[in-house]
Design a protein around this ligand. Structure first.
Ligand code: SF4
Ligand code: SF4
Length: 205
């Protein structure tokens, strides 16, 4: 039987490999360090994210979701969830993030295997503002603050915004409400959802 001779290219590559060393890495013995521009798993920054749901809107594969809950301390919260097993690392969430693209950012993390698929998710929590009349969710408190900071003094054109802001600063004057306890006007000076705002403004009691 005739043994085929190696081609010239193969000989050159073999010699190069002897001089340069192997092309493959020693992973998993030696951890792999991805390229700085590698697009890995996006991660929320709980301090910067305001819970606006913008990233959830743009995610093409529904890898971001949320649940509005009342926690064990009876605090209303929005839980933002990132499903790491569904994510395709496209970066749309980061590009659309209203918090200067910092609320969620692609990282270099790429080792994402799980034995239990229910673990393939990361969550953060943001406190919610509820309507003081019907209890519906308005937005997260951080999102109201973000809007207020964006529009500046125009905040004072909307009771929900200025009351949220004053409450967060601890300088709300409850007498504003008590001095208006007639003809239903006091309801207008409350943190309200859009429906209750419309009803308290347009309905004469
Ligand atoms: S990187 Fe793309 S797929 Fe992953 S969460 Fe962000 S928008 Fe969704
Ligand atoms: S602030 Fe950014 S990361 Fe947070 S919910 Fe909005 S878009 Fe998503």
């Amino acid at each position: 039987m005739r043994i085929p001779l190696p081609k010239i290219r193969e000989i050159i590559e073999a010699v190069k490999a002897l001089i340069k060393g192997p092309y493959t890495s020693k992973f998993p013995k030696v951890p792999h360090v991805p390229h700085p521009n590698f697009r890995g798993q996006p991660k929320f920054d709980e301090k910067i994210c305001v819970g606006c749901l913008g990233c959830e809107e743009v995610c093409p594969v529904e890898a971001i979701a949320h649940k509005d809950i009342i926690d064990k301390n009876k605090v209303p919260k929005r839980v933002m969830i990132h499903y790491t097993d569904t994510c395709i690392f496209c970066g749309q969430c980061e590009a659309a993030c209203i918090a200067d693209n910092q609320g969620i950012k692609l990282s270099n993390d790429w080792e994402l295997s799980f034995f239990d698929r229910s673990q393939a998710q990361e969550t953060i929590e943001k406190e919610l503002a509820l309507c003081e009349i019907c209890g519906d969710v308005i937005a997260t408190k951080d999102h109201l603050k973000w809007i207020s900071e964006k529009i500046g003094e125009l905040t004072y054109s909307n009771p929900t915004l200025y009351l949220s802001r004053l409450k967060s600063l601890g300088i709300i004057d409850e007498n504003i409400i008590s001095c208006m306890k007639d003809f239903g006007r006091s309801d207008r000076v409350k943190i309200l959802c859009a429906r209750c705002r419309r009803e308290t403004t347009l309905t004469t009691k």
